[in-house]
Write a protein that binds this ligand. Structure first.
Ligand code: OAD
Ligand code: ZN
Length: 248
């Protein structure tokens, strides 16, 4: 891949880097994205699964679906894209702001991660807010109930119509605003408020770089669009960084 000079110049000068990631970065780990031809939302209706009313109507169905996704995520491994981001911490102050709930950035070794849409490994009681790890939960023929108060336990993920975790969002936004480069990787960037992150970064003066297999809503805003698979492009960027840092 031949990167444009403007991008390489920014990379040489950069100190703080933010990666704003979406489902596309985990696609090469075998985890389906949401939109696009094989997207989850083509096969499953979000209104039947990913909202609070659906959960109250049929908690067992929603639990089975999340348990299924948990199995997929646990069997998946971080790919070359996640690993390159983690390795870039050796050269920059890196923050990951992710819409993914799959833990793959953490498993790849990234340290500073803000999860805007929750985490599939965490669950909480809808009544008393006691937290439970997924490993503590067994799904027999019953929906998990809170050990303290008996109310329903739900996955700690953001469903449609729900607020984002405010601290994660504001910390993520702050990191984006302070960044020299904001990479937008593998996201269709159509789900708000998460998609404000790269917009805020650009407004605050960050250089906006998109990595995606195809153009997105953000392409017209990005200073630089790099089209290709995240698992291919990110290791190439890491190689460029290594060259730059060895020369200087
Ligand atoms: P989408 O499914 O909307 O978008 C995935 C993006 O990844 C698309 O733009 C693809 O072109 C791109 N892509 C696919 N494979 C790729 C690869 N190997 N390398 C690079 N890019 C690739 O997923 P998100 O943008 O993450 O929210 O969706 C945002 C939110 O919508 C999700 O967090 C979820 C969903 O509803 C909640 O559950 C709250
Ligand atoms: Zn409880």
């Amino acid at each position: 891949m031949h990167f444009k000079k403007e991008f390489l110049d920014k990379l040489i000068a950069a100190k703080k880097i933010v990666f704003f990631t979406g489902a596309g970065i985990s696609a090469e780990s075998g985890i389906a994205t949401f939109r696009g031809k094989d997207g989850i939302w083509n096969k499953m209706k979000p209104e039947e699964l990913a909202n609070f009313d659906a959960f109250m109507r049929n908690p067992q169905l929603v639990w089975e679906w999340y348990q299924h996704r948990r199995d997929i995520v646990n069997k998946a491994k971080p790919n070359a894209g996640h690993i390159a981001i983690a390795e870039l911490e050796n050269y920059f102050d890196v923050t990951v702001v992710t819409q993914n709930i799959d833990n793959l950035h953490r498993r790849a070794g990234s340290k500073k991660i803000f999860e805007l849409h929750g985490n599939i490994e965490r669950n909480f009681c809808i009544n008393c807010h006691t937290y439970y790890n997924s490993a503590e939960i067994t799904l027999n023929d019953k929906t998990p109930a809170c050990e303290k108060c008996g109310a329903l336990v739900r996955p700690d993920v953001v469903w449609f119509g729900e607020m984002l975790p405010q601290e994660e969002f504001s910390e993520g936004e702050r990191a984006a605003e302070w960044s020299d480069i904001c990479f937008v990787v593998g996201t269709s960037a159509v789900v708000y408020p998460a998609a404000y992150i790269p917009i805020s970064a650009k407004k605050a003066g960050a250089y906006l770089v998109e990595i995606n297999i195809e153009p997105t809503e953000l392409s017209s805003l990005a200073h630089c669009s790099i089209f290709g698979e995240a698992g291919v492009i990110l290791p190439q960027i890491l190689e460029e960084v290594k060259k730059i840092k060895y020369v200087n």
